[in-house]
Design a protein around this ligand. Structure first.
Ligand code: FES
Length: 146
């Protein structure tokens, strides 16, 4: 089996058996967004305790890559420091997904959940933490994704 096939199998497994699928009532961070090109949707719910991600869930509908990458993203940030979440980059997300040779349209699929996460972090920083400077930086990063 080639490495491309292995990645495809991993994505299909996350798509069919999504980890951390569901909602969190009264989440500290909640955000919903969609890919304007296709309408696929992701919602992310995060609880923060002692500056760490204590729980994270997602809901969504759409293509295998967008839904699998959302599930993989929740696993990546579960239990991590909020600073780690704030500093995540597009490059680190794509590297973590391990999907080689994604074209521009598929990169948007892979980054949809990351965009939702960024906007969620932006809202949390601006509304709850009142850290306007960091919030604006995160918002600008989200705007630059696609
Ligand atoms: Fe819509 Fe993938 S086709 S996000």
């Amino acid at each position: 089996m080639s490495s491309k096939d292995i990645y495809r199998e991993i994505i299909l497994d996350y798509y069919r058996n999504p980890r951390n699928y569901g909602i969190l009532e009264h989440a500290d961070i909640f955000r919903h967004d969609s890919n304007p090109l296709c309408g696929d949707e992701i919602e992310i719910y995060i609880n923060i305790v002692d500056n760490k991600v204590s729980d994270v869930k997602f809901l969504g509908k759409g293509c295998a890559i967008s839904q699998a990458s959302a599930s993989i993203l929740t696993e990546l940030i579960m239990g991590k420091d909020f600073d780690f979440v704030k500093k995540l980059t597009k490059e680190s997300i794509l590297e973590n997904l391990g999907l080689p040779d994604l074209g521009p349209a598929r990169i948007k699929c892979a980054l949809l959940s990351f965009k939702v996460l960024k906007y969620g972090v932006y809202s949390y920083l601006s509304d709850t933490i009142k850290d306007t400077e960091s919030a604006e930086k995160i918002r600008d990063e989200a705007l630059g994704l696609f």
